[in-house]
Design a binder for this molecule. Structure first.
Ligand SMILES: [Zn+2]
Length: 134
């Protein structure tokens, strides 16, 4: 079995638990999730990691009442498109609130939460979700 290098494991870890995207230093465009090429500069792309501020606003939302297998717990819940800095949008769950409290334009911030329990080993996966700033 192939063993993953510590550097690759760490890169995946930090991207999973922070809002790490990409910035093109040629044109200042921001991307999330990270990209390998800037869609504006193409072969002139000069990409670097960019850590987004862990806050944004609700751009749109939907209420999930019938969740996919493994995500049934906690229904109904709000799945939203969140707008980060520079208009970059990301999809995420808004937690710890009543579903009717989530309004378009409401300020949110990132929180580190359990995503799901995977496989027969019951390994718990964590990731980023969002919470209303009250
Ligand atoms: Zn660019």
């Amino acid at each position: 079995m192939h063993k993953q290098s510590v550097a690759i494991a760490w890169r995946k870890f930090k991207n999973k638990y922070r809002l790490v995207g990409t910035k093109c230093s040629n044109c200042s465009s921001l991307y999330y999730p990270p990209v390998k090429i800037c869609s504006k500069c193409r072969r002139n792309s000069k990409l670097e990691d960019y850590v987004f501020k862990e806050e944004g606003t609700v751009f749109s939302k939907t209420v999930v009442r019938s969740a996919a297998e493994g995500f049934e717990r906690g229904t109904p819940y709000v799945l939203a498109i969140l707008e980060l800095e520079a208009g970059v949008r990301v999809c995420g769950q808004v937690v710890d609130c009543d579903i009717d409290e989530v309004k378009i334009g409401a300020p949110v911030y990132c929180v580190f939460r359990k995503m799901y329990t995977g496989g027969k080993e019951g390994i718990i996966q964590y990731g980023l979700k969002f919470k209303l700033r009250k």
